[in-house]
Design a protein around this ligand. Structure first.
Ligand SMILES: C[S@@+](CC[C@H](N)C(=O)[O-])C[C@H]1O[C@@H](n2cnc3c(N)ncnc32)[C@H](O)[C@@H]1O
Length: 243
């Protein structure tokens, strides 16, 4: 995927009201820079989704990327499963994000189908790999189990969900360390204290992290046979849950 990267300085000038973060045109324009300077390990996770797709994509199956943003994880799926006649679908309900995904990927991956839909209602069937790469955390907590149930139902036997999330620590001390290190990561990537605190306020009650234990329990409730953590850096975790 190619395209010019615009530096994210949204919160250098903008005063955030609590919970006012939305995936609009302003965010879409800076998203690649924003996510790679804000999520420790994001580029590695994208690269590894290619390898996980190579490991788990079943010939002729569907690969779904739910909350695909600009399509980095969708393209990783398509690349890993190349030559297997898979149907690759990227889903996002933010038109500003999806329009860019379409434009960025079109030349190299014309077969990817982009759907501007809510992940809570989009059809999921005959899938061997489903990705929720930092998307579940944006759904209301009460809607999360229903989505995982639908993902589980839509997977073929042996299929997997790749679930990446920002997580909360199991106790206050653990949480403080993870948050402190995440902020250190952001400072090291050029964000000021003011930008970090404004972004944090904008995401309040929009991005709701839960503990790893809570995620494991919910995946089990949804019927997944097992869940393994394959990546963690500070409070950013990625799991493979197997049907
Ligand atoms: C942090 S971004 C995901 C990043 C992306 N998966 C990647 O790897 O680059 C979260 C995305 O989820 C989308 N999203 C949030 N809630 C959604 C919903 N209910 N239905 C569809 N998309 C949703 C947002 O529009 C946003 O693009």
């Amino acid at each position: 995927m190619s395209g010019k990267t615009t530096r994210d300085d949204m919160y250098a000038t903008r005063v955030a009201a609590p919970g006012d973060f939305v995936f609009d045109e302003t965010v879409a324009a800076v998203f690649p820079d924003m996510i790679s300077r804000s999520v420790p390990g994001y580029p590695a996770i994208i690269n590894m989704i290619t390898l996980l797709a190579d490991r788990y994509a079943q010939p002729g199956s569907t690969l779904c990327d739910l909350g695909c943003s600009l399509g980095a994880s969708t393209v990783a799926l398509a690349t890993g499963a190349a030559g297997r006649n898979c149907h690759v679908i990227g889903v996002d309900n933010a038109p500003a994000m999806l329009d860019r995904a379409r434009a960025l990927s079109h030349a190299d991956h014309p077969a990817i189908v982009w759907r501007c839909e809510d992940v809570r209602t989009v059809g999921i069937a005959d899938a061997s790999v489903v990705v929720l790469n930092f998307t579940l955390q944006f759904l209301p907590v009460d809607d999360r189990l229903a989505l995982l149930n639908r993902v589980h139902e839509g997977l073929r036997p042996g299929g997997v969900l790749i679930l990446s999330e920002k997580v909360a620590g199991t106790d206050e001390q653990a949480n403080d360390l993870l948050v402190e290190m995440h902020h250190a990561f952001k400072r090291a990537n050029g964000y000021s204290e003011l930008e970090i605190s404004r972004k944090r306020s904008a995401l309040e009650s929009v991005l709701v992290p839960e503990t790893l234990e809570r995620h494991r329990a919910r995946l089990e409730d949804a019927g997944f046979a097992r869940c393994d953590v394959w990546f963690q850096c500070f409070n950013f975790v990625s799991m493979v849950a197997r049907r």
